[in-house]
Design a protein around this ligand. Structure first.
Ligand code: ZN
Length: 621
């Protein structure tokens, strides 16, 4: 979101939002003496309370899982919100009017946000009541025909905007809202008429469950607005590029499952959730864009080692394929983790559920394929692959697709995949064509447009020393350089694949090489730099050689053993996550043998995880 919240206001929110009250809304807290409160930790499973809140200091800390922080980080973590969203929500609760330091967009006047939220809540309640009115019969039929009963309508708060033109504005004015507020919130038009009339309405909520706008469907032939669907206009609350319908229900499942399913309409979101696909969302009145992608990535807790998957459902027809291609041209980082689920019958999730039941919707999601593969298959299908010239033109057309992938590991994977699809075992030929396509596109892109990708290689070579996700890798690299003698033979089982950052992996390879070569009287650090693949690694190796280790006093071999186990534990956990995601994608009935094999692999990995875990905690074996 544009605009940074004033630092003083953040401090004020932190002070005024009582941590015991905020936490108390999620966790039952008991007095634990010494001015502290205790309860069951919301961040891990436990039976005896080890989660402690100290109101005088404004902190919480869990002795079980180590999670801790202040009132803002608590809400951020427990509700999966961004920092700004959390501060805004807490500020609304405690009545602080936030100021924004960056004037990159018009900001609501102080207090306006809160008023608009109240008006939307009142409007949503009013509309939901109206769904029972005689005038709303067509609306109720619309829902019933699509398989939604009354309970479903209530769960999603579906409502009806009455005919008459000024019914809502009269109602809300009676509740004390001013015309200015109603117009600012997009509920009433400048002309004084209700924004929505004689339509079926879906309240759109933000991830904090506040109603911020509505989506409306045309029901009557005499509707004066031509569009079938109409949404709240841009308001201080409602920014369509950031809004996803269903997010209030899907937010927590998305975080838990690291998966989001993007469908196309309100009824599809309803159908998906009712069918058990509780991670379903839809963009409202606009195409799914980069901001939506960022929002989902954040909710999935995405980072380098663990990537969530975003699954788009599309019709199998040309329009659906075009939509998939459009997604493809978006944020490339996002695309790498994007899947598509195509329903061959062309039914959308709503109709699919209606005609074939809940299981069919879940199976649709289960049939997802990576977006790259889908797009590539599409391209190849236009060529006659039985002929050599057909294969060549297919390669020419597919190569730029592969070249557009920024993630180098993925490029290699898709080069192989493309080779397979073309029935061409000559990876080199494919790779050459991809490289050629890449240089063509970079020449084309060599316009005066500032390209953020230009900075990427520099960052890719040397890791950020403060990257917390790479902390274990960095510490291990430091130990390898500073205390090599404390490792047991074979470097305690470490391999270069335990390092996710190529530079750390290269340092490890250099260490291994330096240890097997006769370095004469040369000191250890110089032997490593001499063995290193690139000269750029020298500065990294030197800094690793002098950076302090995270121990007081001398490093012990016990520490090294525990640390090496910790590093390998991360590798195993990544492998487990990947395998679990593969298992999810595998139908246990259709691919029983494959499924069982993966399952036994998982059992082996889990056993290894347990062993490494206890070793990393200092247990001797
Ligand atoms: Zn905990």
């Amino acid at each position: 979101m544009a605009g940074r919240i004033n630092d003083d206001d953040v401090v004020a929110v932190r002070e005024r939002a009582k941590i015991e009250q905020v936490v108390g809304a999620y966790v039952a807290l008991r007095n634990a003496g010494g001015g502290s409160l205790k309860g069951l930790c919301p961040f891990h499973d436990e039976k005896t309370p080890s989660f402690q809140v100290t109101p005088s200091r404004g902190f919480y800390y869990c002795f079980g899982c180590g999670e801790g922080g202040d009132v803002i980080s608590f809400v951020q973590r427990v509700d999966n919100l961004s920092f700004a969203e959390t501060v805004e929500r807490l500020a609304d609760q405690v009545g602080i009017q936030l100021r924004y330091t960056d004037d990159s967009g018009p900001r609501p006047e102080p207090g306006m946000r809160l008023r608009l939220m109240e008006a939307h809540l009142a409007a949503a309640e009013f509309y939901a009541e109206q769904l029972a009115s005689p005038d709303a019969l067509v609306g109720r039929q619309f829902l019933a025909e699509r398989g939604f009963d009354r309970a479903a309508a209530e769960l999603f708060g579906v409502g009806f905007a009455p005919r008459g033109g000024r019914v809502l504005s009269a109602h809300l004015r009676g509740r004390g809202f001013t015309d200015r507020e109603l117009v600012a919130g997009g509920l009433v038009r400048e002309s004084g008429y209700d924004f929505f009339q004689s339509r079926l309405l879906w309240p759109i909520r933000d991830s904090g469950r506040q109603v911020i706008g509505f989506g409306a469907r045309r029901l009557f032939d005499d509707d004066r607005m031509p569009a079938k669907y109409l949404n709240t206009p841009e308001t201080p609350l409602y920014k369509k590029s950031h809004v996803l319908y269903g997010l209030d229900l899907a937010r927590q499942p998305i975080g838990r499952k690291s998966q989001a399913v993007v469908v196309e309409g309100y009824t599809d979101v309803m159908a998906a959730h009712l069918a058990g696909v509780d991670t379903a969302v839809a963009s409202c009145g606009t195409a799914f864009g980069d901001d939506h992608a960022k929002l989902l990535r954040r909710l999935m807790g995405d980072h380098d080692a663990f990537r969530g998957e975003v699954i788009f459902t599309f019709d199998g027809d040309a329009a659906g394929q075009a939509a998939a291609l459009k997604v493809f041209s978006g944020d490339q980082n996002f695309v790498a983790q994007t899947y598509v689920a195509i329903e061959p019958t062309g039914l959308d999730p709503c109709d699919l559920r209606l005609q074939h039941g809940d299981a069919a919707v879940r199976e649709l999601v289960g049939r997802r394929v990576p977006l790259y593969r889908f797009v590539m298959t599409n391209v190849l299908s236009k060529h006659d692959l039985d002929r050599a010239d057909g294969r060549l033109s297919a390669l020419r057309e597919a190569a730029p697709l592969v070249a557009s992938i920024r993630d180098k590991v993925m490029v290699e994977r898709y080069v192989r995949e493309l080779a397979k699809l073309l029935g061409n075992e000559d990876f080199e030929e494919i790779r050459t064509e991809v490289l050629r396509a890449a240089s063509r596109s970079s020449r084309r892109a060599a316009e005066p447009v500032p390209e953020p990708t230009e900075q990427r290689p520099a960052r890719a070579v040397l890791p950020d020393p403060h990257d917390r996700l790479l902390a274990t890798e960095r510490e291990t690299a430091k130990l390898l350089i500073q205390a090599p003698d404390l490792f047991r033979p074979g470097w305690d089982g470490i391999s270069s694949s335990d390092f996710t950052h190529p530079a750390y992996a290269a340092v490890f390879t250099a260490v291994e090489k330096a240890a097997t070569e006769d370095g004469g009287t040369e000191d250890w650090v110089h032997r490593i730099t001499a063995a290193a693949e690139h000269e750029q690694l020298t500065s990294l190796i030197v800094s690793l050689a002098v950076e302090p280790l995270p121990v007081q006093g001398a490093v012990t071999s016990r520490f090294v053993v525990a640390h090496s186990a910790g590093l390998q534990l991360l590798t195993v956990m990544r492998a487990i996550a990947e395998l679990k995601s593969k298992l999810q994608r595998t139908n246990p009935v259709e691919a029983q043998q494959k499924y069982n094999q993966m399952f036994s692999e998982l059992v082996v990995l889990e056993a290894r995880r347990k062993k490494l875990q206890s070793r990393s905690l200092g247990a001797l074996d």
